[in-house]
Design a protein around this ligand. Structure first.
Ligand code: SAM
Length: 342
């Protein structure tokens, strides 16, 4: 049967599918088809599709109807998927059990169900979890064409930041030197290396770095990713080796990024873009970060804010934001170069 389909190049398939799903335009009853490097995504309302996405009439098969957790419960449960690990966030243990059972009995691919038992916490930003089904929590998560081996019980990873990571990665240029100060399992570092950047990826969590190395290997960029298990501050020490090295810095430790701004400035090259993540009150989400960056840059760098970007709402009245900031080393003022003794 013919149906209206958005037609895009295959590599744009997942982004487009997500965009159409977010807009409620995906036709879930019909199959997505691939042919000659193009992907055809069936849509329910072709007139509502954004004009830059071409819509064509095309034969598509019917999708097999799968059983969802919502079919087995009275309502739609909230869950997210990290690879084949299903993540829920329920305060009431009996409700958590009910949702976990529905997930397991549904057709959702699932090797384990875990419930959030704490906020992200500690230096390594890892939550506590309650394991409700399955045993194995290490899984492979796919994001924008890359795959990441990850275990949420030992390392930080948030699938919700996929779009934000993609926004930053799209700015990465071939051959630039990128230093990811808080790299986790590599969801910035690995795709950046796929764009031919030379990447140094640092994390203090000893559990994260083997995942990071494995993820560089399985995405065929191990030759362009140097994974370092360290407190990032040591890279800017006198003999740390990376002072003045970076063309681009990613500082994704939003609760305490300001504590690492002196390190960021020390790692920055003459012309460096810093992606600085922060969590601030909605009344002034960017001001504190910008002031802290200017203070750390001092007289050494000119600071220009290129983008102020809201990543997501973090808590009531609190926003997770990113400042994309260019640091340009100042020319020494007249006289600063000459030896006063001359
Ligand atoms: N960028 C990754 C991502 O998007 O999944 C991970 C971000 S997570 C919020 C912050 C990471 O910083 C954690 O993996 C944690 O172990 C690491 N970290 C915390 N303090 C650090 C330090 N002083 N030096 C290096 N890494 C650190």
């Amino acid at each position: 049967m013919n149906a209206p389909c958005v037609r895009v190049a295959r590599e744009r398939g997942e982004t487009t599918r997500e965009r159409l799903a977010d807009a409620g335009l995906l036709d879930g009853d019909r199959r997505i088809e691939v042919e000659d490097g193009r992907i055809y995504v069936p849509v329910v309302d072709p007139d509502a599709v954004p004009s830059e996405l071409p819509v064509v009439d095309r034969a598509t098969g019917e999708r097999d109807r799968q059983t969802t957790p919502a079919d087995l419960l009275d309502e739609e449960p909230t869950y997210e998927r990290l690879g084949d690990v299903v993540v829920i966030d329920e305060d009431d243990p009996s409700r958590a059990r009910e949702v976990a059972d529905a997930v397991v009995d549904s057709d959702v691919p699932c090797q384990a169900v875990v419930d959030r038992a704490s906020k992200v916490q500690g230096e390594y930003r890892v939550r506590e979890w309650t394991l409700l089904a399955g045993e194995e929590t290490e899984t492979v998560h796919r994001e924008y064409g890359h795959e990441f081996l990850v275990d949420p019980t030992t390392v930080y990873f948030s699938p919700r930041l996929a779009t934000e990571r993609h926004r930053v990665i799209e700015q990465v240029q071939p051959d630039e030197r990128l230093l990811d100060m808080f790299a986790g399992v590599g969801p910035f570092a690995v795709p950046a290396a796929s764009r031919d950047a030379e990447v140094v990826a640092v994390d203090a969590n000893p559990a994260a770095v083997p995942f990071l190395r494995e993820n560089a290997r399985r995405n065929a960029v191990a030759d362009r990713v140097t994974a370092v298990e360290a407190d990032v501050r040591t890279l800017a020490d006198g003999d740390g080796g990376y002072r003045g090295w970076a063309d681009r810095l990613i500082a994704n430790l939003p609760h305490s990024a300001d504590e690492f701004l002196d390190t960021a400035v020390a790692l920055a090259g003459d012309d460096c873009v810093l992606h600085y993540y922060d969590i601030q009150h909605e009344d002034d989400p960017f001001g504190p970060g910008e002031r802290a960056i200017r203070a750390a840059a001092g007289d050494e760098y000119d600071v220009s804010v290129e983008t102020e970007h809201v990543v997501r709402s973090y808590a009531p009245h609190e926003l997770n934001v990113c400042l994309d900031v260019r640091l340009t080393r100042r020319e020494p003022a007249q006289g600063e170069l000459s030896d006063p003794g001359e």
